[in-house]
Design a protein around this ligand. Sequence first.
Ligand code: IMP
Length: 434
Amino acid sequence: MANLIVVGAQWGDEGKGKIIDLLTDHFDIVARYQGGHNAGHTVLLHGRRYVLHLIPSGILHPNKLCVIGNGVVVDLSALKQEIEDLQAAGIRCKGRLFVSDRAHVILEYHRTLERTDEERRARRIGTTHRGIGPAYEDKMGRRGIRICDVLNRDVLQEMLRENLREKDRLLPREPGLPRFEAIMEQAAALAEELRGYFVDTADYLNRAIDQGKAVLFEGAQGTLLDVDHGTYPFVTASNATAGGACTGTGVGPTRIDSVIGVVKAYTTRVGEGPFPTELTTDIGQEIRRRGQEYGASTGRPRRCGWFDAVLVAYARLINNLDTLVLTKLDVLDELQEIKVCTGYRYRGELLHTFPPEIRVLEQCQAEYQTVPGWNQKTAGIQDFAELPVLARDYLKRVSDLVKAEISIVSTGPDRTETIIASPESRLLSWIALR
Ligand code: IMP
């Protein structure tokens, strides 16, 4: 049995929820390694729609175990709420969900700080307002409060006092900032209530792997939102790329066998920042409408554009992707013609690497290949041979441009609406999917 990482190879919202749900059958444990409740994984299971923000979607499978690793930032009230919502839907979390006691917590003042930070900036980032960035700032600033600290009243008291002194300096006239006692009591009570979920997840995962258990590492957000490799500063505050799976769980790289990238048949982005293939025309709106492109966490309309092979090839490189899973092919069913970005031109010159400077990326002209649309329904197709020839041509073009095989294609939200595109794929041999 293999241990695999699933990452988003664009700007998030690639449809990882469905793919992880599909793969979960072949694993014992599903582990989240970064981000927080800014993620939104939508899964359609037995006709019911679940949106999970913090807990791995593996929780929907009764005999699977789930881990929230040390790299995740945890809002304890959001965790409690999600556990309660799942329990109300008949899904048990006790004994199946393990949260790292080294994970840092998001507290009320992180959200306040984020709001004021956005207001002060010359250009907004367009965050999800969940306090994610400020919580990671505290972590890197070596003043963050971890779950193991919240569990110890004396430690929490001391750390919180110090943190609030510093936050008061940052927010001198912030009227809504909750006071020490309120934060202290709420955090301590939540931690006490959730105590049974907290463990040393690095130890837990490594022991499980020693015993032959298979782990699926569930990436949140996407490669271009990674704090190191993404379109900085228009990124999230964690490592959404494959490398984050090691630091965010304490499982070493040589224990992980493969990395799978999920992409949409087109591109979307929520929040601000450069987007070379963005469509501001009717076609963009049509894609948004057909693809129901609205943020799962914030409900914001997503910006839509053509598939960008430059960007996905960059994601292939950064994650060393073994294979691609392409989702939402059916969203393009009614288009007369479809474009694929094959290169970026900056001041007349074709670029050979993905540019680090936002100003350059913003001024890049996307070069396109235009292909005819298939103008036929692919929604729900389960057999590669049944796809229209032009749709198959499109998949081949994408695969050739990105230089990565496409092993699975998704043609609808249900798990049955899935095509094995490349039967000899390494992915399938890893997990014996068929
Ligand atoms: P933050 O993660 O809330 O700090 O937001 C930073 C950027 O990441 C913003 O552009 C968000 O819209 C984006 N972002 C955060 N989480 C997701 C996600 O799950 N999908 C897509 N974009 C996300």
